[in-house]
Design a protein around this ligand. Structure first.
Ligand SMILES: CC[C@@H](C(=O)O)C(=O)SCCNC(=O)CCNC(=O)[C@H](O)C(C)(C)COP(=O)(O)OP(=O)(O)OC[C@H]1O[C@@H](n2cnc3c(N)ncnc32)[C@H](O)[C@@H]1OP(=O)(O)O
Length: 296
């Protein structure tokens, strides 16, 4: 039900795990510093969330996961929010988990399990965040690799710049996606294409991305940025097609689609009725009725 969806997206995912408290998990993640998650909330109701760690091709450090949870909470509480664009700094998306941290964890003798479960919980934030009641777009420039590729699947839409690549490199690491990336990939491209992308660690360029349904559009990013629209400007104009209107209505749109996508039919029908009830008779509905009554 809507409550379930809300709890999934807004409840802190740093619930105690393996006996470690929320604060202990955050402390362990902060032991892996570097980078930041920057949030810009705009008057248009579209926010820009930037994965910012260029020296490491925007790899996710532990500190960035803690940072992200704080930014996701801000977005959850953003009354006027309607959409969010997730991008990487310096014209590249995200090269996955910080390999320095991952290596440190795999070499640590004591408490490796503790560190790993903290790391994994931290990553979960990345994916719960995209269940926000905002329409989300991954703006993919450069490389989206490993956990970065999984992050793109957690967004509602993916816009790929010409020359960009989404690659599930997990097989090369002796791994498979672990935070929903595979499940969402099957939903997006079907099980056969998902098998190819994961089994072959296929480099998905923008043309292939559109062909298999992973990408929703291709952005022409001119090298002479001074002349052309930036990728972000193009992504904002693309998303604004679907976020025109009052924030409560756009949020309700995302919620009814999310419930249809994630809940059983009976729960989805019940949730849809509840969400309908939350906007029926609301300011936007009453204003629309008043303006219609003038059309004789
Ligand atoms: C699959 C499991 C999943 C998870 O557990 O979450 C993961 O995501 S594990 C990480 C999977 N990602 C990768 O394997 C990508 C590794 N990086 C690359 O393949 C390349 O860096 C690149 C992204 C294709 C870019 O190549 P290039 O343009 O040649 O730049 P460099 O390779 O020189 O990188 C510049 C700089 O960035 C550091 N870097 C890049 N990726 C990571 C990373 N994931 N973690 C930590 N650091 C990263 C790289 O080491 C260089 O640093 P310096 O050597 O200090 O210059």
């Amino acid at each position: 039900t809507e409550l379930q969806l809300q709890r999934q997206s807004s409840g802190s995912v740093y619930s105690s795990i393996h006996g470690f408290s929320q604060e202990e998990i955050k402390e362990k993640l902060l032991a892996f510093p570097g980078g930041s998650i920057d949030l810009l909330k705009q008057d248009s109701g579209i926010a820009v969330l930037t994965i910012n760690n260029p020296p490491r091709m925007n790899a996710f450090s532990g500190a960035m996961m803690v940072d992200l949870e704080e930014k996701v909470t801000q977005l959850e509480n953003w009354t006027d929010g309607k959409g969010v664009i997730v991008q990487g700094a310096a014209q590249t998306f995200c090269s996955g988990s910080d390999l320095n941290a991952v290596r440190a964890m795999s070499n640590s003798q004591d408490g490796m399990k503790m560190l790993k479960c903290c790391w994994e919980k931290g990553k979960t934030v990345v994916f719960f965040g995209c269940r926000l009641p905002l329409i989300s777009v991954a703006l993919v420039e450069g490389n989206a690799l490993g956990g970065g590729a999984e992050l793109t699947t957690a967004c509602d839409f993916r816009l790929m710049a010409s020359g960009s690549v989404i690659q599930f490199v997990h097989k090369h690491m002796g791994l498979v996606p672990g935070w929903g990336g595979a499940a969402r990939l099957v939903t997006l491209v079907g099980s056969r294409n998902a098998l190819k992308l994961l089994g072959g660690a296929v480099k998905v360029d923008s043309e292939l991305g559109v062909h298999i349904g992973l990408a929703d559009g291709v952005l022409k990013v001119d090298l002479d940025a001074a002349r052309a629209e930036t990728g972000l400007q193009q992504a904002e104009s693309w998303l604004s097609q679907y976020t025109k209107g009052p924030a409560p209505v756009i949020k309700a749109v995302k919620k009814v689609v999310l419930s249809g996508r994630e809940l059983s039919l009976s729960d989805a029908l019940r949730t849809e009725k509840d969400i309908f009830g939350s906007v029926w008779g609301g300011p936007a509905n009453l204003q629309a009725l008043a303006s219609k009554s003038k059309h004789k």
